[in-house]
Design a protein around this ligand. Structure first.
Ligand SMILES: [Zn+2]
Ligand SMILES: [Zn+2]
Length: 325
């Protein structure tokens, strides 16, 4: 039987109502499909939505594990995709040009790649965007249907770079977990006529089992103006060395900041214990005693604005002005 046989046998009154109703639905679908989320190209800034709580964010109902939003020269870059990424305003999410994922642990890629692509493409209606990550997407379950909705999935390995107009993204080495499939990122551009380099460690240890500092890690982060460093915990000594094997604790952050000398140090991605206000405040005050560099700990919506001669850090209701070299 053909579909039309079923359509024909319906009472004309009901049929009329059905036809009117389908027009209403079609119009609504069109509005959803073409919904415009206006992109705001003013200001260069980073919003630290944060990746708080580490892996426990996956099972914590109050979790706030999202990632970091960078708006640079009109490009929308999102760094990591925590389990709570949907909490970000649609006008940001639906305009993401480049999504960077450092590794496949659930606190960095908290939802499936397919779901992420649905989010950034407005459910596939706006085919666009690049995803850069150090792993093969098919092995992580990315199907062709979703793969075809973005410009490209770029499997990027340490020291490889990719240029997007005047923004260069370089993958950096990271010594963490599964050995191979982990990177940090360096984002190089120019803001208001001056070079700007942002580097992000992601999860990495600072040294090998014998305590030898990873020189490739230090060299990779050299010349960065803004250093976003993982600080899983406040551990400093070999007494708790088992906690230092896969992440930067306070000692690792200190070594990196001392060697890199960025304009500003941002401490990111604390574990569930280190996410408390008291531990964060004490960690920042200790770090300030160790290094002569402005230090901030991520918290929901901490914001950095990059101006011509200065940075503005907006933390709660306070504004800190830091000269830009
Ligand atoms: Zn992590
Ligand atoms: Zn990890």
């Amino acid at each position: 039987m053909n579909i039309s046989n079923y359509q024909k046998e319906i009472n004309p009154e009901i049929k009329k109502e059905l036809l009117e109703f389908e027009d209403v639905c079609f119009e609504k679908a069109g509005k959803f499909k073409n919904e415009e989320y206006k992109k705001d190209n003013k200001n260069n800034e980073i919003i630290f939505y944060g990746l708080e709580g580490g892996r426990s964010s996956v099972s914590d109902s109050k979790s706030n594990s999202i990632g970091y939003f960078l708006k640079l020269n009109g490009k929308y870059i999102f760094l990591e995709a925590g389990i709570d990424i949907k909490k970000v305003e649609p006008k940001i999410l639906k305009n993401i040009d480049i999504l960077l994922i450092s590794h496949n642990h659930p606190d960095h890629l908290g939802i499936s790649l397919g779901n992420l692509i649905e989010i950034i493409t407005n459910c596939g209606y706006k085919k666009k965007g690049f995803i850069l990550a150090p792993f093969n997407p098919e092995k992580k379950g990315l199907d062709d249907y979703h793969k075809n909705q973005i410009d490209e999935f770029i499997e990027i390995k340490p020291n490889e770079s990719k240029k997007f107009d005047n923004i260069t993204i370089q993958a950096l080495p990271a010594h963490h977990g599964d050995k191979k499939d982990n990177v940090g990122f360096k984002i190089k551009t120019e803001v208001e006529g001056k070079p700007l380099v942002i580097s992000y460690t992601s999860d990495t240890a600072i040294a090998d089992e014998k305590g030898n500092v990873y020189e490739d890690l230090i060299n990779a982060h050299k010349n960065s103006n803004i250093l976003m460093s993982n600080i899983c915990s406040a551990f400093f000594s070999s007494k708790y060395e088992r906690f230092l094997k896969k992440h930067l604790a306070l000692i690792g952050c200190y070594i990196l900041a001392k060697e890199i000398k960025p304009d500003i140090l941002f401490l990111t991605h604390p574990c569930s214990v280190s996410s408390s206000k008291e531990i964060k405040e004490k960690t920042v005050s200790l770090m300030k005693k160790l290094i002569d560099i402005p230090v901030f700990f991520e918290e929901p919506k901490l914001k950095l604005k990059i101006k011509k001669d200065s940075y503005e850090v907006i933390q709660n209701k306070n504004k800190f002005i830091i000269p830009r070299k």
